[in-house]
Design a protein around this ligand. Structure first.
Ligand code: ZN
Ligand code: FE
Ligand code: FE
Ligand code: ZN
Length: 268
């Protein structure tokens, strides 16, 4: 049989302060899991290092790049992409362009974690914030920002498309109307969405995005990538069997990989 596994384009390093294992360990684990390609996409620096406590500082960016290049050197049998998971926040466009110009990135993942100045919806420390918010309002702001991220042209991939469900806050039925404009925008700007298996390790216990969203994405012609969002080496390629099954079930046969911010198609 041996269908090839899709590249795992989403994983972290200890520089973000909430992941374990060096890039070289992730790379070795990837080879052992039968992957032929991975990409590092650690949480990118913010203009202010004290913005929050779950990302690298700006003065660590060169070290990050060195660590990824070192893994490339140590594990030559594996293709290793150099990337960042960048927080999309309206008004940060200039900062993101600055980051993009600093190193020869293969791709940038645009993720929305912040739905307001101080609230990252996936932060377990801020979980109680949900009690003070209207879920429909949260999901609306979230999808609106994600749509702006797609339109910005700054990113090859949109991260974990329905992240607000992480702790089990599934989108209220009224939010369904928000899927179509978002996915049409992603298709128009050729911004891929990822099948992110980390959701299977969270309270929501399902892949990001949901099957319903992915079916619509397929209909709209949205491109896909795969990512484990590994924060430890043993999570690399985790649950890819399930993700492949889901992608195939809704009609996908190809995913994307990137080199020097150029997109290539890969059969999986
Ligand atoms: Zn993280
Ligand atoms: Fe994220
Ligand atoms: Fe991530
Ligand atoms: Zn992530």
């Amino acid at each position: 049989m041996a269908m090839s596994l899709p590249p795992d384009l989403h994983m972290h390093t200890p520089l973000c302060r909430h992941a374990q294992g060096e890039p070289v360990d992730y790379a070795r684990r990837a080879l052992a899991a039968g992957l032929t390609e991975i990409g590092f996409s650690d949480h990118s620096p913010m203009p202010q290092d004290d913005f929050d406590n779950w990302r690298m500082r700006l003065d660590q960016l060169d070290e990050y790049v060195d660590k990824v290049l070192h893994a490339r050197h140590e594990v030559p049998g594996l293709t290793i992409g150099l990337a960042l998971e960048v927080d999309y926040i309206p008004g940060h466009e200039e900062w993101i362009r600055d980051l993009a110009a600093r190193h020869p990135w293969d791709y940038l993942i645009g993720s929305v974690h912040y739905v307001s100045e101080a609230w990252a919806i996936d932060d377990p420390q801020k979980l109680s914030e949900w009690k003070h918010r209207d879920p429909h309002e949260v999901w609306s702001v979230y999808f609106d920002r994600l749509k702006m991220a797609a339109q910005s042209g700054l990113f090859e991939i949109l991260g974990h498309l329905d992240l607000p469900k992480k702790f089990g806050h599934q989108p209220p039925p009224g939010c369904r109307a928000l899927y179509e404009p978002l996915l049409e925008t992603a298709a128009k700007f050729q911004c891929a969405i990822e099948l992110n298996t980390a959701g299977l390790r969270k309270d929501c216990n399902e892949i990001y995005p949901s099957r319903e969203i992915l079916e619509l994405a397929r209909k709209k012609g949205v491109l896909i990538t795969f990512g484990s969002d590994a924060h430890a080496p043993e999570e690399v390629g985790m649950n890819f069997g399930e993700a492949i099954q889901l992608a195939k079930a809704v009609g996908y046969e190809d995913c994307c990989r990137f080199e020097g911010r150029k997109r290539f198609s890969v059969r999986f």
